[in-house]
Write a protein that binds this ligand. Sequence first.
Ligand code: WT7
Length: 659
Amino acid sequence: MTDTDDDGDLEARLVEQESFEPAEEFVSQANVSDEAIYEEFEENWPHSWTRAADLLDWEREYSEVLDDSNEPFYEWFPDGTLNASYNCVDRHVENGDKNRVAIKWEGEHGETRTYTYQDLYREVNEFAAALRDLGVEEDDVVTLYMPMVPELPIAMLACARIGAPHSVVFAGFSADALATRMNSADSRYLVTCDGYYRRGDALDHLQKANEGLAGVDHGVDATVVADRLGDDGFGHDLKGNQHAWDDLMDDHQGDRVDPVERNAEDMLFLMYTSGTTGQPKGVKHTTGGYLAYTAWTSHAVLDLEPEDTYWCSADIGWITGHSYIVYGPLALGTTTVMYEGTPDFPERDRLWEIIEKYAVDVFYTAPTAIRAFMKWGSQFPERHDLSSLRLLGTVGEPINPRAWKWYYQHIGNEECPIVDTWWQTETGGMMVTTLPGVCTMKPGSAGPPLPGIDARVVDTSGDEVDAGRAGYLTVEKPWPGMLRTLYNNDERFIEEYWAEYSDPDADEWVYFPEDGAKIDEDGYITILGRVDDVINVSGHRLGTMEIESAIVGVEGVAEAAVVGGEHEVKGEAVYAYAILEDGYDGDDEMRDRIVAGVEDAIGPIARPQQVIFTPELPKTRSGKIMRRLLEEIANEEELGDTTTLRNPEIVEEIQNKVE
Ligand code: WT7
């Protein structure tokens, strides 16, 4: 992202300022305000991680913090047992907080639902009983294909209660994407929803779910359908093994299910994410390490207290929502806000209206949203009283200094620290960010690694680079929230994350997140973006291979290459280059078919911004597509070296076609 001059009403004095101190008022109340914590973690590592584990109630205390006898298959708190649903629900009820609000839900039309911890306890138990009754057993993977309705976290916690890992599939993904994930996880149970609202329209979600089910290779034992639309529904009849959520809850009214004692290393959930191949990766997270890590980072970085009203505007269909709408905040007994709709419905002040209405204390969002807010202008937040806010956060992609400062001035009133949190689906929780009660903030830079996190910036041979130089981000010690493997694919797990920088003969295991980064004299890390064939659209990870295989699946397309081009709001947008078979024209109809092909295979989020038809792609003499060049063309940048091309003349031809 480049900083442009037309993006807002940022105060001139802030433009030049390079660092910011957290306000004394914030520091004096912060959960963590002593910088000694960095040293403490280092000196006592890995024992220091008991600090995170101590935030949980264990059924059987662990006697060992880390078992690293089978690297890189690390085990955390391996002989401890616990239940995540118990930790997020029951214990708050037992501790006298049953009337505290757990979830405040707001629908797009402004309707609200409030669940106290007691309400959540009741619903989670009843749904856990219903799942059992449908035949779900411990370790069965239950797929949850649901929009932002309260039934989603209830279903997640019900799964956790009976020890059935969930696999949440983002509701915006297509039927094909649902089928791929159910097939990969061998999942025989689906919980879904009739539909939901988007910018005023009711969307038919069940139709899509049913199409997806038709593509599941194995038998599906049962589907549960929650009712979101009521009379606005599309009137699909439920089939033989499909059950209405409300009927099941009626049947199990008052039922209680004892939380199953899970080993710390037992799987809590699977989350599919894009990689460099066409096949999404099933990232496996476990019960003890993941829950301890999300609770700890919610405490130390988001500064959450049980009294807080906290809002993360992500979708639960992504890891951000798992870790920081559901598990972290609920483990701490906080009130977590859920909003169904978009930020611009009915007007562009919707988020600020919600913050004012619920007196939100801590707000966590994505840079892409902030760039949209900036474009819309500060008059929208100015309509509302945002003085309840104490802390702001961002996640998903780099935030440019100008957007950071706009957020700081117009949303935080220059009083709220901002945490720019770098992490990934695979890391489970935040890894590189300032501690808001301790650190100076430098807009544009995420900050130092969290205590206990050994993140470094290295060159291609694994040596640390000098301050100011670009290199690759690595993590050289394990941490409790890390993925344990890729589902059913230990080999790919090692290949994707450990092969690059580890030296197995020397027993040195280094995690490689596939991000470029640089580090400054103070150890602050600035993330430069992905170095693999993954693009980041509005903070969501998309594999170029997945999109390419969708495009070549369209009749008449011979070859395709997809790259990310810069986009003012989305960060990156999809640029698709397509070569057609003889007899096909690169006309509007072809373009529409390609766009539809991508939407069917993945979902609207992957829709190409531009489709560029070309007779050839720039290739090296060995026949590899030169993606760097395609990126430069998409970004209208000056082109780098083209001398190694087999077909240099094609470059100008393509350049002329990009709008
Ligand atoms: C990729 C992970 C973590 C939840 C959302 C995305 C990029 C994430 C930042 C940040 C710069 C960031 C990285 C990372 N990323 N946070 N604060 N600054 N880049 O999860 O889909 O697993 O994507 O998002 O490139 O590798 P994800």
